[in-house]
Design a protein. Structure first.
Lengths: 254, 625
């Protein structure tokens, strides 16, 4: 399959493999995400979702396979290089800068995007204030912009992460369990917000998720991973009806 | 080298390795379970030697007296370990790690003076082991019988430790806690008892290592920091928390040292290479190579993630220029009213303040703890002196070029250091400081060796004590202002961000290593400036400006003031320098007094002086409101 065959394919993954010792964590996984699409990657614990994710943004190097971002092979690039190509990322356990304020966290991403972090004598925080506030307004965190991230509630940290991930105007968002640790209502809110932003900005979103309500209500398409292999894929309705998926989730493997 | 001499050097190395292994195994065990970097571990070793010496005198120089003394000394040191754990460390397990470090420094100071008080300042030469004072002939060379016994003791202790750790319930708990301390606590294990027992066993090992050395090495007061450097190297090379790793590393390093002595000076391709001079450096070279190839040591594993994260570091508040201005005016005015003595002391304080602020920059906001920051202070001092004496530069040029030399060393050392993190990083900085120290110490013809350099005085127009004080204030004040400015720049913010979350920093495109390397060089250069200003104020430099003692002084200043505040290091430097001077004028035992004061502060103000006073002030304001 040649890249660019679909003009709006943002991420294309082909034949991804990764083994740890003797354990085949991810085996021959292929899929694609298009601009403005919400693709959910689901599967039971230990199915290989996080491994899969970490290979997409350069934290892990796959044993085999191709990862194309807008047609360009990004395997072997470091996470920071992948980010520079327009991939935003949120983590399963939030990772923000706890000693900086909410606004400064977002400004950090904006400074980095603009390549302006090397200055040693300017004052940090003077630039990109408006831009940071605009992003914070989009995720509903503007009223807490001056608070230190270290004191925020978990759900709010997730929003800050989202704002940071959006700061480099990404074409692809990778969200690893974006709603883990949140209250059920917050979960749907956060993913609705993500979906709205993704469609408005034409961003491709790939997310993993344990909460099936969130998955089936927010995803445009779903792919299912079990023991390292893709066992199903399609619209929420198709996946819901798929006997393999039913076996994995209901058939006693868990 | 002949085959026979190779075997002999091998045996020498193995004999030396035994005591090193015992000390390091204890250190590793204690670190594995409690996560405390116990600087006082070397002091326990020293007490082992002194204790064995006195007990042998009391029990008689018979085989029975000797061996009872060795065992009793080890057990007594174990009791001292228990006392340290129960009286000091247990109270601060919840305090930040660095504060526990400060407490162990204080214990080092106190124990050194107790030893000075009890045994005096003279080296004490112990007896040879009764019944084992003969030599055994091996391949035509004579080897002391006692050395052969030591060679056997290492593996025996390793075996006993292995049985203890794998075959007893206590051992299972220790291994579990080394892997995941929180989980062991969550399972209802009495952590206090476990920690105390681990401290006891670790301290007995240190004491035994010391006591067994008494026939080979005189008991003296410098052993504490000397052996702790060796023990750090061995535990880090072997992998923190791994007893077998410690044994392996002790053997490798013991044998390497023995061969360096044995080879002596050789000529290769017309170059004379003195291997015996490498002896002091070789272990640190091994460590640097091992850590770069295997960042967690030979048999170590990455440290377990702590789930209950420490409280997030509070945000830094930018310095107020108004308050700074008031201070500058006050400091400018001091020589008008103060005598010569105070002016000289203030000059010292100003130098140490820049030294401490540069150390704070790297260990606080940049999150890279350095145990060897004196390297840059000392190299700056030597660079200034050497540029004046050997290169014949004018003093003004030497003073200002010295920081660049220190910075150049930081470029090399930093490149290695930023590849590591946490304790391993700290140990590697210590290693580089020791390498620098031993080169300076041994290169008589260039650096003046152990005597140092003399006659490095400022130019005539700067020679007055008051004038020089103003020069120091200008140089160091500018340095401090620059570092504080950088902390609040995009560069400084990126460093703080990287300390908070390296993962997130990388995920938003920050080349954290590059930033950390640049920070390393910056603080190295400025510590070098402090050293160079200091050297010209004294007129002489000795290798002690690069020593571990100087590095720990810097750490004490930063931690005493409070690592989470900006002004803390300055206050710490001033208080420490002043109190040390004031106490030293009244008593020979100033270390014990300093140690006692630090311990009090540690127990009363776990956020450092400035942090503690701030908290008190806030409470007072709340009470009034």
């Amino acid at each position: 399959m040649s890249s660019g065959s679909m003009s709006d394919t943002v991420l294309q993954v082909e034949g991804l493999h990764k083994a740890f010792g003797g354990v085949q964590a991810v085996a021959d996984v292929s899929f694609a995400v298009s601009a403005g699409e919400m693709l959910a990657l689901i599967g039971p614990n230990g199915a290989g979702k996080s491994t899969c994710f970490n290979m997409l943004n350069g934290q892990l190097v796959p044993d085999a396979g191709i990862v194309r971002l807008a047609g360009r092979d990004i395997v072997g690039l470091r996470p920071r290089a992948v980010w520079r190509l327009g991939v935003g990322r949120t983590f399963q356990i939030t990772a923000t800068f706890a000693s900086l304020s909410v606004r400064e966290n977002v400004q950090m991403a904006l400074y980095s995007h603009a390549g302006r972090l090397r200055s040693m004598l300017q004052r940090f925080g003077a630039a990109f204030r408006t831009e940071a506030d605009a992003l914070l307004a989009q995720v509903g965190m503007l009223d807490q912009a001056d608070r230190t991230c270290g004191v925020l509630a978990y759900g709010d940290l997730k929003r800050v992460e989202l704002a940071m991930a959006l700061a480099n105007d990404p074409r692809l968002l990778l969200m690893d369990e974006p709603t883990a640790g949140m209250a059920p209502r917050e979960r749907v809110e956060l993913m609705e917000l993500t979906a709205t932003l993704a469609r408005a900005r034409n961003i491709a979103v790939l997310f993993t998720e344990h909460d099936m309500d969130v998955v089936f209500s927010q995803a445009d398409r779903i792919i299912v991973l079990d023991r390292g292999q893709l066992i199903a894929g399609g619209t929420p309705a198709e996946v819901r009806a798929n006997p393999n998926v039913r076996a994995v989730y209901l058939g006693g493997t868990h | 080298m002949t085959f026979a001499s190779i075997i002999i050097q091998l045996l020498n190395g193995l004999a030396a390795a035994s005591s090193l292994f015992l000390v390091s195994a204890g250190l590793s065990l204690i670190f594995g379970v409690t996560r405390i970097v116990n600087f006082a571990h070397g002091s326990l070793y020293m007490l082992g030697l002194y204790g064995a010496y006195s007990l042998i005198e009391a029990l008689g120089r018979t085989p029975f007296g000797f061996w009872s003394a060795v065992i009793l000394a080890a057990l007594a040191v174990g009791l001292v370990g228990i006392a340290i754990e129960v009286l000091v460390l247990r109270r601060i397990y919840r305090a930040p790690e660095l504060f526990q470090l400060l407490a162990t420094f204080a214990v080092v100071l106190v124990i050194k003076d107790i030893a000075l008080f009890t045994w005096g300042a003279e080296d004490l030469v112990g007896p040879r082991a009764p019944g084992l004072s003969m030599a055994v002939e091996i391949l035509g060379k004579r080897i002391p019988a006692y050395d052969l016994l030591l060679i056997a003791i290492g593996p025996v202790v390793l075996g006993v430790m292995w049985l203890l750790l794998t075959r007893t319930r206590w051992g299972a708990l220790v291994r579990a806690a080394t892997q995941d301390r929180e989980m062991v606590g969550a399972l209802g294990v009495d952590q206090a008892k476990l920690f105390t027992s681990v401290f006891f066993v670790g301290s007995v090992l240190a004491g035994l290592g010391g006591a067994l050395q008494i026939p080979r090495e005189p008991a003296n007061l410098e052993l504490d920091l000397a052996i702790i450097a060796d023990a750090f190297v061995i535990t880090v090379v072997g992998g923190l928390g791994s007893i077998t790793g410690a044994f392996l590393a002790a053997v490798i390093i013991g044998v390497a040292k023995a061969f360096c002595i044995g080879i002596g000076t050789v000529t290769w391709f017309g170059f004379e290479i003195s291997f015996s001079k490498l002896t002091l450096v070789v272990e640190f070279l091994i460590m640097a190579v091992v850590l770069v190839a295997r960042p967690y040591g030979l048999l170590g594993k990455p440290q377990a993630v702590q789930r209950i994260a420490a409280d997030p570091v509070p945000p830094l508040t930018a310095p107020s220029w108004k308050i700074a201005l008031v201070w500058v005016v006050l400091l400018l005015g001091v020589p008008l009213v103060a005598d010569r003595y105070i002016t000289i002391m203030l000059t010292d304080i100003v130098c140490f303040a820049l030294f401490a602020v540069s150390l704070h920059f790297i260990m606080g906001p940049a999150g890279m703890v350095s145990f060897g920051h004196a390297a840059y202070f000392g190299l700056g001092a030597y660079a200034g002196g050497l540029l004046l004496k050997r290169a014949g530069l004018p003093m003004e040029a030497a003073l200002l070029l010295a920081p660049l030399c220190a910075g150049a060393f930081a470029v090399v050392y930093g490149w290695f250091c930023v590849r590591l993190s946490g304790v391993y990083l700290a140990m590697l900085t210590l290693a580089f400081a020791q390498i620098s120290w031993s080169i300076v110490f041994q290169w008589d013809s260039f650096t003046g060796g152990s005597n140092g350099l003399f006659g490095i005085w400022p130019s005539a127009w700067l020679a007055g004590k008051t004038t020089y004080y103003y020069l120091a204030l200008a140089c160091c004040g500018t340095g401090i202002a620059l570092l504080w400015r950088v902390l609040f720049s995009p560069f400084g913010a990126a460093l703080r961000a990287g300390r908070d979350s390296p993962l997130r920093a990388e995920a938003i495109g920050i080349d954290l290593r590059g930033f950390q390397w640049a920070a390393f060089v910056l603080v190295g250069a400025l510590a070098g400036l402090a050293g160079s200003v200091y050297a010209f104020s004294k007129g002489s430099i000795s290798p002690s400006t690069i020593s571990i003692g100087q590095s720990t002084d810097g750490l004490i200043m930063v931690l005493l003031g409070g690592v989470e505040t900006l002004t803390g290091p300055v206050v710490g430097a001033a208080v420490y320098t002043w109190v040390r001077d004031a106490v030293a004028r009244h008593t020979e035992f100033w270390r014990a007094v300093m140690g006692g004061i630090i311990l009090l502060i540690v127990l009363l103000f776990p956020q450092g002086l400035v942090g503690g006073l701030k908290a008190l002030f806030l409470r007072w304001k709340e009470a009034r409101a």
